[in-house]
Design a protein around this ligand. Structure first.
Ligand code: JFZ
Length: 338
């Protein structure tokens, strides 16, 4: 792991990508913006299915319109390179459970549920490697609104929670839950998909877990150990659960102040506007100056900056965002050794 952590420490600046079926909705559903939904919860565009309590069947139908331009991979890899970034981390599966790769363990994936002919994750991996960029994937192991364990949520939570904290079903699909148990979901989908991703990409560098709420210590350790056994150079983030990850995070969009976070390796992930997934009506982009101030602040404290883009359904990065990134990259490249 030491060499992998050295890589991580030196990489410093990465691109986060939130992309999926929700991207084509652009932050609205049937004419209503996510901000105007009566359902309580985050107002980010990638939570579309949750925000509008979309049934699993209707959301599966919606996936049939997801058909990106195959040029997305080369374009995004180039943008990351031009921004001065050293690696890319894309959502291989977000909370809606949709896999952007051709998965053998589920047909809720790009190959079986959309008209797109190809494997989005593998294509972006290849394009990034061709640009000399390293590659990682985000994987929502805790939430899966399509095939997770949400019907069983209250029981599992009660059983797994060592402190007897009352159940707060935040972020769970309780409007149309799948019948799976948590253990079945992990065995049948989450563990196998992590193994698939590692096999698909021999140079995979990082796995970024999210949504750890339900997991037991043994289940979190199994993710960590399984990854180590398959490829010990993969770096794992803290959110795998029970602090088993290799580095800390400072909370989304936040930078640690002096004395707040003492960790050799940490990361701040951040948005370029106010949503991770593409939201057409959020044009409140952080300025190039603001992005650079964040960058310098985080890097000077020894952390990594994972700065997000949300491409649209076709895979296009919003133009003002891309322009700011390229402008930022001119400074980053001049003012860093590499
Ligand atoms: C999670 C996701 O729910 C969200 O959609 C996005 O992927 C983001 C990067 O991660 O949201 C979180 C999770 C944890 C914190 C904040 C937002 N946190 O610990 O500050």
């Amino acid at each position: 792991k030491q060499a992998a952590m050295e890589w991580y420490k030196q990489a410093r600046f990465g691109m986060f990508i939130h992309w999926g079926v929700y991207s084509q909705a652009a932050g609205s559903w049937k004419g209503t913006k996510v901000e105007d939904s009566p359902v309580k919860g985050p107002r980010v565009a990638e939570w579309l299915m949750y925000t509008f309590n979309i049934s699993r069947e209707e959301y599966r139908e919606f996936a049939k319109q997801f058909n990106p331009d195959s040029s997305f991979a080369a374009n995004i890899a180039k943008l990351a390179k031009d921004t001065g970034m050293k690696y890319v981390v894309i959502t291989a599966k977000h909370h809606d459970g949709f896999a952007l790769f051709d998965s053998a363990s589920s047909d809720w994936d790009v190959a079986d549920a959309t008209p797109y002919e190809g494997d989005l994750i593998k294509e972006l991996y290849d394009a990034c490697r061709a640009e000399g960029l390293d590659f990682g994937v985000y994987y929502s192991h805790g939430h899966d609104w399509m095939e997770g364990c949400d019907a069983d949520y209250a029981n599992v939570k009660k059983k797994n929670d060592p402190y007897g904290v009352p159940t707060r079903p935040n972020g769970k699909n309780l409007w149309d839950p799948s019948p799976n148990s948590y253990q079945d979901y992990l065995e049948g989908k989450a563990y196998p998909q992590i193994a698939e991703l590692i096999k698909l990409m021999p140079d995979l560098r990082l796995i970024w877990f999210d949504g750890e709420g339900l997991i037991t210590e043994a289940q979190a350790l199994r993710f960590y150990k399984m990854i180590y056994d398959l490829n010990p150079s993969i770096v794992v983030n803290r959110r795998v659960g029970y602090e088993y990850g290799d580095y800390m995070d400072a909370g989304d969009n936040t930078t640690p102040k002096a004395g707040e976070l003492v960790a050799k390796y940490f990361e701040t992930c951040g948005t370029a506007n106010h949503s991770w997934g593409f939201k057409a009506h959020d044009n409140n982009w952080k300025s190039t100056n603001q992005l650079l101030r964040n960058f310098v602040d985080i890097i000077s404290k020894g952390g990594n900056y994972l700065l997000n883009i949300g491409p649209d359904g076709k895979g296009q990065v919003p133009e003002p965002c891309a322009n700011n990134f390229v402008e930022m990259g001119e400074w980053v490249k001049v003012n860093s050794e590499a």
